[in-house]
Design a binder for this molecule. Structure first.
Ligand SMILES: C[S@@+](CC[C@H](N)C(=O)[O-])C[C@H]1O[C@@H](n2cnc3c(N)ncnc32)[C@H](O)[C@@H]1O
Length: 290
């Protein structure tokens, strides 16, 4: 299959299976490797194209129900296709995790990989919702990314986009934070809260049973590969900062900016990722709400 142009990919978030090999794929086995025991019901939040659900179904024969909650209809359709062979062991729901509705399951495992920053600044809603849904002896496993923010709150992907916008002559480097603000783009390094802040937030609802950290290093084989990774991962989140006619140029420039970094440093980006395993336990927030 030929890869569609990045600007088309961005509209439908297509090509994620390939793109996620660069960064997000590593989270799946890492998270599933920390699931205690043999789960019967697993709920994956922001389930994307269903890769974690598939890996869980293959790994845990005890899994009777694998449930995905996801907002993008394109991704739900791709997940449904991927998971068809598993029949009624799989259920996919369209859902907005910013306003989660009760679901008729009491999962013994809830997972959420590479999603929490998209729910900023109202992440507490999903955390409290999981606390209410999870079985009393269950585990909530999630991964969180921690790019280092600069004084304007930009870091990680924001910097690559800033390089691209500057190279295209859209804006001077110093004016990038202003352009983001005017275009309604909250920097990703602001969305990804520091681990200490998250610990406070998560600890209001859960006991932190385990925390692990790894360094996620992204390297690519070409500028084009990174342009496609960006489009499949971020869609038009940043692309909307340029007019539609310039989007093909924008994705090309993002790829070229990433490639320049790789040539200079040997990698494109590099950031800590945390894996949290949380268990119900601390009732502080729940009792405060009563
Ligand atoms: C970076 S992808 C991660 C996908 C998958 N969990 C993985 O690890 O490969 C983020 C996913 O979260 C979904 N998402 C973002 N905001 C959401 C929301 N408010 N409600 C539901 N899903 C959301 C996106 O559509 C996307 O599929």
């Amino acid at each position: 299959m030929t890869t569609p142009a990045a600007e088309i990919q961005a509209r439908t978030l297509a090509g994620y299976a390939d793109a996620s090999k660069l960064r997000q794929e590593h989270d799946r086995d890492w998270v599933l490797g920390h699931v205690p025991g043999q789960p019967e019901t697993l709920l994956d939040l922001g389930s994307g194209i269903g890769q974690l659900l598939q890996a869980a179904l293959d790994r845990f024969p005890t899994l009777r129900q694998a449930v995905g909650l996801e907002r993008s209809p394109h991704r739900i359709a791709e997940a449904a296709e991927r998971l068809r062979p598993y029949g009624d062991r799989v259920v996919l729901h369209a859902a907005d995790l910013n306003a989660p509705e009760p679901v008729p399951y009491q999962p013994d495992v809830v997972t959420m990989t590479s999603v929490l920053h998209w729910l900023y600044p109202t992440e507490e809603r999903i955390v409290s919702w999981v606390r209410g849904q999870l079985a009393p002896d269950g585990s909530f496993l999630l991964t969180t990314y921690h790019p280092v923010p600069d004084e304007h709150g930009l870091g990680g992907e924001d910097e690559i986009v800033a390089d691209a916008l500057t190279a295209l002559g859209v804006v001077r480097r110093d004016d990038v934070p202003g352009l983001f603000a005017a275009g309604g783009v909250l920097p990703i390094a602001t969305r990804t809260r520091p681990a200490d802040d998250l610990e406070g937030l998560l600890g209001r609802y859960f006991r932190v049973a385990e925390v692990h950290e790894r360094d996620a290093v992204v390297t690519v084989d070409s500028a084009g590969q990174y342009g496609h990774f960006h489009a499949a991962t971020f869609g038009d989140y940043y692309g909307r900062l340029v007019e539609p006619a310039r989007r093909p140029e924008f994705f090309r420039a993002v790829g070229e900016a990433a490639w320049r970094r790789q040539e200079e440093r040997g990698w494109v980006s590099h950031m800590p990722v945390w894996l949290w395993r949380l268990t119900p336990g601390d009732q502080r927030a729940l009792s405060r709400e009563e």
